[in-house]
Write a protein that binds this ligand. Structure first.
Ligand code: URA
Ligand code: SF4
Length: 200
């Protein structure tokens, strides 16, 4: 397993990427997960949102952000005035990582090696979609896009350069769901999404 690079096709369009990613074996996560959950959205989008990795429901259904975290994200996008048809949604890692516990599958944070292994897909998506604003959802996406020393807690809501685009980092929507004061956490999350909306 040498990472995803050798699976990325020469032809850079979303349909070709999606087809190739379905057969990726760039790290071991493909073994236990149900399927690759690739990014979704228009071929050219003003906003690209990057999460961590598919969760249990995303793995079952094959689409990013269709579980509880996705509902928080959908609400935030709507309230921030970011239309769904201007959004390409993806994850830093394209396979679900979990440990079985009885019948349940407990989400496991992807390792730095898995984030690196999957990075060629993210680069390819960026090259095709060429977003104006990349919304970085949580520490895993921040590590993948902004490097291991970037601190979301310190720099959330700030516009930072990322290639031709600007990146705006915020917490992961699942962190909003876990926060002791969920309303306050959501308000901060929404403020960051509004900052991203204005960065375009
Ligand atoms: N969490 C993520 O980071 N991505 C998803 O697609 C779902 C939950
Ligand atoms: Fe390939 Fe990424 Fe899946 Fe690993 S997680 S097998 S690198 S698509």
């Amino acid at each position: 397993n040498n990472g995803a690079a050798s699976f990325v096709p020469d032809r850079l369009d979303l349909a070709s990427l999606r087809t190739a990613a379905a057969g990726c074996r760039g790290c071991d996560l493909y073994r236990d997960a149900t399927r690759t959950v690739f990014g979704e959205g228009p071929e050219r989008a003003r906003f690209m949102l990057v999460g961590e990795q598919p969760g249990d429901q995303e793995d079952r259904r094959g689409h990013p952000f269709v579980g509880p975290a996705g509902r928080v994200l959908d609400r935030g996008l709507e309230e921030a005035g970011i239309a769904r048809d201007e959004v390409y949604l993806t994850n830093a890692v394209k396979h679900f990582s979990f440990t079985p516990r009885g019948k349940r599958r407990i989400h496991q944070k992807p390792t730095a090696a898995e984030i690196d292994a999957c990075h060629p897909w993210l680069d390819a998506e960026l090259a095709v979609v060429r977003p104006e604003v990349v919304v970085v959802l949580g520490a895993t996406a921040a590590r993948a896009l902004l490097g291991p020393s970037f601190r979301v807690t310190r720099h959330r809501g700030e516009a930072v350069p990322l290639g031709e685009a600007v990146a705006v980092a915020t917490v992961h929507p699942s962190a909003v769901l876990r926060a002791p004061d969920r309303d306050a956490a959501y308000a901060d999350f929404l403020a960051d999404l509004k900052a991203a909306a204005h960065a375009a």
